[in-house]
Design a protein around this ligand. Structure first.
Ligand code: RNT
Ligand code: ZN
Length: 411
């Protein structure tokens, strides 16, 4: 079927496909840099810690800033829409000597700023509270050891300054997300103490003056990590209350809840009480496994909730997953395209009509509409979106070519 036929079919439902395509072009997705190198970074040689894990050993992991930048460029060429770059502090680039996490300065990220500016991208940022010898007994900002706690507070403060530097340089706001892995494998005796210390540490970090119209600080909660099964300091309740009290922004990662809980159902409540909301889109398979995002029910449902709430400009969407078992470029591209697909799919629903059905308690029509939508000629509208953003339809061919010409040579 051609795009024009699809357009007519959607028009019969009262949906304007051109409008949906134009809208989607303006929605930025924050591209996580850590898919390219299995969350290793450039500032240390140790294993990934913090209760997160990358599995697989596919060829071609990016080992240097140059390789990672080349890979990101390949990804950008294969995804439609507007991208922001999402960096972790561990991706600092040391040109004139190493600096530890508590010594980081804007200059350690100037190469990234150059990179982003050339591509007209904003930058989002994350302090890195894992994969480092100062993570003691799985604790950072909540550590009872004052030397550990203050080391990480200083890291947070430094990152806030770097986030502001990103915003100033790129002219686009920077979302700075705080996530700590802190927790206990087994039943703790004191649940309050670590949370008290985490709260104090966050207060100290946020005491650094920063421009709140340019830097949006977010706090990401989590229910458990590998080796941290019994207790996490930064639980959902801790983070939601802290954020509300301090006037910062919540971040929800859809891998960070009990397996039968869904973030799609949480978005409306969060939007009622927060001006802005940030999301990490991932795919947990039985646990927070960070599989590549695909065009599945929950990803679509998340997108629908954002669109139905008319909140595309209030929700900061970022991807967060890491798969080392398949071509990493393909993993990256598949995930980002899936998020974009879900958004387009959501933009192609006759929301007003469906709300009316619900309010009139016409659940018969509503169910039929839900089902009808599933077999609409969505793929033709998606193809048109790719065409209008000059994005290749067949990215697999490009990925395989890059694998042969670039990744295989990294052995
Ligand atoms: C971990 C969190 C966190 C990390 C990244 C690397 O469970 O989701 O966001 O994945 O910061
Ligand atoms: Zn996350």
């Amino acid at each position: 079927m051609s795009y024009l036929e699809a357009k007519e079919k959607y028009a019969l439902l009262g949906v304007d496909t051109d409008k949906a395509i134009e809208k989607l072009k303006t929605v930025p997705i924050s591209l996580h840099c850590w898919q390219g190198d299995d969350v290793v970074g450039f500032d240390q040689k140790g294993a990934l810690s913090g209760g997160i894990q990358t599995t697989g050993n596919f060829i071609g992991r990016a080992r240097t800033p140059e390789e990672l930048m080349a890979d990101i460029d390949k990804v950008i060429s294969l995804v439609p829409g507007k991208m922001k770059l999402n960096l972790h502090a561990s991706y600092a680039i040391f040109e004139d000597g190493f600096a530890d996490r508590n010594e980081l300065e804007p200059k350690h990220f100037s190469k990234w700023v150059q990179f982003a500016k050339k591509r007209n991208m904003g930058i989002d940022f994350n302090p890195t509270f894992f994969s480092h010898p100062m993570v003691k007994d799985n604790l950072t900002l909540s550590s009872p050891d004052e030397s550990v706690r203050s080391f990480w507070v200083e890291h947070g403060k430094r990152c806030l300054k770097i986030a502001e530097y990103f915003a100033n340089e790129t002219g686009m706001p920077c979302v700075m997300n705080i996530w700590i892995p802190d927790g206990y494998k087994d039943i703790p005796a004191d649940r309050l103490g670590p949370r008290e210390r985490f709260k104090k540490s966050l207060d100290e970090i946020l005491s650094v003056p920063y421009n709140k119209s340019k830097v949006f600080v977010t706090l990401e909660s989590k229910v458990f990590g590998i080796g941290l099964e019994s207790y996490t300091v930064g639980s959902a309740e801790f983070c939601m209350n802290y954020v509300a009290n301090k006037g910062i922004m919540p971040l929800m990662d859809n891998g960070h809840y009990h397996p039968t809980e869904v973030v799609s159902d949480k978005i409306s409540s969060m939007l009622l009480f927060n001006e802005k909301l940030a999301l990490h889109i991932t795919r947990g398979v039985r646990w927070d496994s960070d599989h590549v995002v695909i065009f599945d029910d929950e990803t679509r449902e998340i997108a629908k909730e954002i669109v139905r709430a008319n909140a595309l400009d209030r929700v900061f969407i970022a991807t967060d997953y890491f798969d080392a078992s398949i071509n990493r470029i393909s993993a990256w591209v598949t995930g980002i395209r899936s998020v974009e697909k879900a958004l387009l799919y959501a933009l192609l629903e006759p929301n007003d009509k469906m709300k009316q059905m619900q309010d009139k308690a016409d659940f018969t029509s509503l169910m039929v509409m839900h089902e009808e939508l599933k077999t609409m000629p969505f793929s033709d509208v998606w193809a048109q979106y790719l065409k209008r953003t000059n994005t290749p339809a067949n990215y697999l061919a490009e990925v395989k070519k890059y694998e042969k010409e670039v990744l295989e040579k990294r052995q």
